[in-house]
Design a protein around this ligand. Sequence first.
Ligand code: SF4
Length: 283
Amino acid sequence: MARGVREELAGIASEARVLLERQRARGRKRIVLPDAPGLNSPEEKVSGSARGVDEAGAPPAQAALPGFEALAPPPIAPASRGVPGLPGTQPLALHPDLPDSLEALAAAVAGCRRCPLCETRTQTVFSDGPPGARLLFVGEAPGADEDAQGLPFVGRAGQLLNKMIAAIDLKREEVYICNVLKCRPPGNRTPQPSEVAQCLPYLEQQIALVRPALICAMGLPAVGALLRLKGPMGAIHGKTFEYRGIPVIPTYHPAALLRTPSFKRQAWEDLQIVRDTLKRLTA
Ligand code: SF4
């Protein structure tokens, strides 16, 4: 299906969900849209974990984008904290069984043996950046350079990320950078679902502790982990979703940009959206 058609369908689905949410808010328990094939199908029902944010800042229910598969809701503990002043009403949740400070969490990760990647790592890679950062970048997993240095995004992809950050008038020291996985998969292979499932609570705890105003998810593994969506990046990059009250903008992973430089124009457009959204949220 052509991209223009997909985007148009996505827009229609998003509008339909806004209508559904409004009617639910008015107390209607059963809502049927008139002659809107596919829009009321069970697989497009709202998961409640990740939702789009419209231009007015209101969080409509996230559309199941054409070509995307909505995954199961994330296994997150009951909400315990809100995010004052941010769009959306889903509160962040601290995992009660994980440390409630970034320092203690990093120490716990350093000794983690939850998945087989602990056998092949040189060291864990927790994060880089200040705890109070307003913008959080999340990627997929450490590579060889990161595994050697213990810091995320320090290889070629990291150098490109530094340029991307500078392009939106920020310094690397001002943003928080982390990955879904804290240990390098051998040969930089794609993370396995079981590894993501074991490691994701650490990322969720990081986000709940940093409480950024905006998240930029780089690459499909990061998008899948946070938003429970999988599908082509071309259909979602630059759009705004929501993770527990925090807007999330997907874009291409810097490593993908190195492999396919023709994606850089779209990535640049995404970064402009990131910059403008962050300014709006932190004004
Ligand atoms: S990848 Fe995550 S879950 Fe697996 S051993 Fe490393 S820190 Fe633990």
